[in-house]
Design a protein around this ligand. Sequence first.
Ligand code: HAM
Length: 419
Amino acid sequence: MMRKIQAPKGVSEYFPPRSQNFEYVRETLITSAKLAGYQLMELPVFEDTELFKRGVGESTDVVSKEMYTFEDRGGRSITLRPEGTAGVMRSVIQYNLDKLSLPLKLWYSGAFFRAERPQAGRYRQFYQVGIEAIGSSSPELDVEVISVADSAFKKLGIAYRLDITSLGDSQSRSAHRKDLVAFIAKLDLDDATRQRADINPLRLFDDKREEIKEKMQEAPLLLDYLSAESAASFSKVKELLTILGIDFVVNPRMVRGLDYYTGTTFEFVSEKLGAQSGIGGGGRYDGLMQELGGSDISGIGFGIGVDRVLLACEAEGILSEDGSGASLEVFLIALGDNNKDQVIQLLNQLRNQGISADMEYGDRALKGAMKAADKSGAKYSAVLGDGEVASGVLQLKDMKTGIVKEVRISDLVNEFTKR
Ligand code: HAM
């Protein structure tokens, strides 16, 4: 027997009926971004490896352990994108998009790749919807970015916790870094950990090992070192979040998994999920554009994990795994070969008016055809047999209530368009 080919380990895949839910979650996130004036960026899924090394940072797990890197046929080092922000910045710089009116507000959606150990909610290919607002340091923009995610979560109906902190400006960070480095120098650490700390001492706050967590208990916190300007900006962010009714928890030990963050940083957490509870995160990145060879302008954005938001919706019972997001309006059944032509015409008319419609394509008897109508998840169904064609009237059945309404065949399209 031939070997059965399987998907590579740890990738997320969506097919019917659950793909309806996936699409619903993704579109809800995208709609929220579009309502706030963000415009589409469609970017390559592979980039020059150097982009992520410089942009995301070599001290991060994402770059040091999780990148899918390979040599292309021209001997160039290529990496499947592990995240979206670096690619957006690369494109903004390459095409001088920052010469357009600022802030530049962009959204993207697609697959991302990290060679992590797969588990529930953690995949090697996963999906994000992200936004980036580039070219303004205004705290109002920080709050806008957070509110775009908040609106989508509220629309979906999921509960979440917003953890927030500020990593300050370069003045705040260098004051803190001095004390943190001195603190870390006194700790007894293995070589690999010390090396990571040398590149970015903040990484040690993110270490999952208990002994390191304990050692970091007394470490100086960046939030206590904010410059007057950074402190004022962070206060403004908190004040505006409160005005908008967006709850948050200040978490001064939060460290994001990517090195480019400065200023306001945040994470969205779902308590309904197990270990992989981070449904999204983001923050400001003051130096990123310059680091990648562009001008010295700041930006802020988020990446929301569509896979995890979907899991959260299912955990909360908002969406069921049988694809309750299904949206087919009407399902038609032709009884007898000679009535198929008319059903096909009706389908076409309905679809041309923007009404989703499908039909039974097999030659099943009525019972089998009704089962197919059930399975289709359509809101309404109707049978077209010789009797209906002769009288010109069909029975439109509401699939949920079972209530039947007589409708003239010639009025069927109208019946849906007037709703
Ligand atoms: P991130 O926190 O690395 O940020 O990823 C954002 C979200 O993607 C996570 O909160 C999580 O929901 C989802 N995610 C990450 N890795 C996986 C995985 N292996 N499997 C499933 N879901 C995953 C970023 O990527 C930044 N680019 C966000 C950003 C935009 N910051 C500023 N602008």
